[in-house]
Design a protein around this ligand. Structure first.
Ligand code: 13P
Length: 395
């Protein structure tokens, strides 16, 4: 089950002078193609889901497929929320299975950016999840013409970067040194000297947004100066778009005929990037170094006193509603024994994304209120145990 800790993955890339591709996906075609590309090149990969793309797919519906595909892959994978805009979206992404989060409050003034980022880092720490922050402003929108979303580019400065990282505790930093999201007009000029100084000052994996349109040489220099994660989307979308246009010009009819071949084209571009960024053939080394990402099953078996069956079911429903919203909770299952004479009649199965959630969940005010007011008073007789998932790494 090669879902791995993203911090371990990017620390390995940073220490060994290559970059992992973080490819934004907007459909199952993209998901399959990105993973096929990573598998064929034996490369670690980041499956990235951008909040700015949520208008194009249902995040809640797509995520179970992303998690299942990542678990079935044989190369190390992390699942990342790209450009998370709020604490709520970060919690939703974690609870749906993302194991890396980007906070994007880079358009806010520095103080505000620090305050918002710190809040999300504190929540994510309680879930064992690494966080990427952004400082300086990379304009544009991935997948669209950059010039239609001008915004003012703001370069990251070394002093602000040092302060931002120290005060927020982010694990990775996205820097603004001249790239733009989406299609660019003209050739981007990158400030490598600034990047080198930031890398030297921080010593953490750096991230480049707006990978589309950079030259092979620019990618090499980015990686030589501490970039360990490259975000990439528009070129994949454009390549898929060209295939659809060609299919249409051959008078293809219907959805499947129009999209035929886009997967192979996306895969080829992913493979080109992986080769260029040096992540090919790194899968085994990363699997050896990176901690596997394993969920925890918080199991309670119990008997109820003082509530009838309807009351017990209502208490369970309230628990499912309240507990599933706590950061780091992947799933809440309530059940009753098949046999009425079972030693324990009822059970909770609360799945946590990471062992860190055992403590943050126990101390979370919503959990304490539910447990103290609704559960403990009626469930004096109970057994509670936390189990960590055991999975065969060859499966
Ligand atoms: P491009 O769309 O320019 O490749 O940028 C992708 C990106 O930065 C996603 O965060």
């Amino acid at each position: 089950m090669p879902l791995v800790n993203m911090k371990d993955m990017l620390d390995h890339a940073h220490a060994n002078g290559y970059a992992v591709g973080a490819f934004d996906l907007v459909s199952l075609d993209f998901l399959d193609a990105i993973l096929r590309g990573a598998e064929s090149r034996r490369a670690p990969v980041i499956l990235s889901l951008a909040e700015s793309h949520f208008a194009y797919f249902n995040f809640q519906t797509l995520m179970p497929a992303v998690v299942a595909a990542a678990r079935h892959s044989t190369v190390p994978v992390a699942i990342h929320l790209d450009h998370g805009a709020s604490l709520d979206s970060a919690v939703q992404a974690i609870n749906l299975g993302c194991n890396g989060i980007m906070v994007d409050s880079s358009s806010a003034p520095l103080e505000e950016n620090i305050r918002l980022t710190r809040k999300i880092v504190t929540m994510a720490r309680g879930c064992g999840i690494p966080v990427e922050g952004e400082l300086g402003y990379v304009p544009g929108v991935e997948g669209e013409d950059a010039e239609r979303h001008p915004g003012e580019m703001a370069y990251t400065t070394v002093d602000e970067a040092r302060r931002y990282v120290a005060e927020t505790g982010v694990d990775f930093l996205a820097v603004s040194i001249g790239t733009v999201h989406g299609r660019m007009r003209g050739k981007p000029e990158l400030d490598f000297q600034r990047l080198a100084q930031i890398n030297q000052a921080l010593g953490i994996p750096l991230v480049i947004h707006g990978g589309t349109g950079l030259s092979d040489d620019q990618f090499r220099q980015l990686i030589d100066n501490g970039v360990a994660k490259i975000n990439y989307y528009t070129a994949l979308a454009d390549a898929a778009g060209r295939v659809i246009a060609a299919n249409a010009s051959r008078e293809a009819r219907g959805y499947t005929a129009l999209v035929a071949g886009i997967g192979d084209t996306i895969q080829a571009e992913v493979e080109r990037c992986i080769d260029l960024w040096g992540s090919a053939d790194r899968a085994d080394a990363v699997l050896e170094k990176a901690r596997p990402w394993r969920a925890v099953e918080h199991v309670i078996i119990y008997n109820v006193e003082g509530l009838d069956e309807a009351g017990t079911h209502a208490m369970m429903a309230e628990g499912r509603r309240v507990l599933s919203a706590i950061p780091g909770v992947l799933e809440v299952v309530t059940a009753e024994a098949l046999k009425e004479d079972a030693a324990y009649r009822y059970s909770w199965l609360v799945r946590f994304c990471h062992p860190a959630v055992v403590d943050s969940y126990r101390d979370h005010p919503d959990h304490m209120a539910f447990a103290d007011q609704h559960f403990r008073p009626v469930a004096g007789e109970r057994i509670s145990i936390d189990y960590q998932d055991v999975e065969d790494s060859s499966s």
